[in-house]
Design a binder for this molecule. Sequence first.
Ligand code: SF4
Ligand code: SF4
Length: 240
Amino acid sequence: MSKSFFVDTTLCTACRGCQVACKQWHDLPAEDTVNRGTYQNPADLSFDTYKLVRMREEVVDGKLRWLFFPDQCRHCIEAPCEATAGDPAAIFTNQATGAVLYTANTDQLVAAEIIESCPYNIPRKSADGTLAKCDMCNDRVENGLQPACVKVCPTGAMNFGERDDMLTLAKSRLTELKAKFPNAMLLDPDDVRTIYLTAFEPTLYHESAVASATTGSGITRQAALRKMFRPFKNIASHLA
Ligand code: SF4
Ligand code: SF4
């Protein structure tokens, strides 16, 4: 059984310890930023930023609320980016952990196709065309450690473990929360290995909080069609 995250956004205080820990573990550089009139910093995910605490101020049910969303790859159970790439040397799923992993061979893919296939707007491209995103800290997980972002979270917002355990925790927290917030929900729990819990409508937190344009199995129509027809394309190239 693979691993999963459970991200309880109702416990997130936007301390951004997860953001910093992610940079530190992956030895990623800081970003040049400017004051944009928001506490969210930097503005977006990038080739050098795999984790970003998104911050919004919204009036919900007549009250001003701060909505925090620690955004990262969902490690989809049937990853559209992997199906679209169709090249295990570039994008593959680690069967032991469930991590969807990108290699340096992503520079051989059409970056725009991979980025478009992601229902959560996650992959980012470097100047040389290589793609990058959260790797579930697969090196740590394979050695029995927690992902860096989970290890440092002081509030219990970030959780990680066996998928069944995370689903049980997520459902139990949802039941508790529903008493106070009737619109609370788990986001695409059957399709992803990063399961978010929100107290309010998810798009208030982030426009890509839930999957966009997906089929029932969580794979975008375009990616599913490419996956279906790729064997014929490969046979044709071998015969040529
Ligand atoms: S969230 Fe996007 S980048 Fe991550 S596995 Fe799913 S499709 Fe790929
Ligand atoms: S699991 Fe690792 S790579 Fe992914 S967001 Fe957390 S710290 Fe970053």
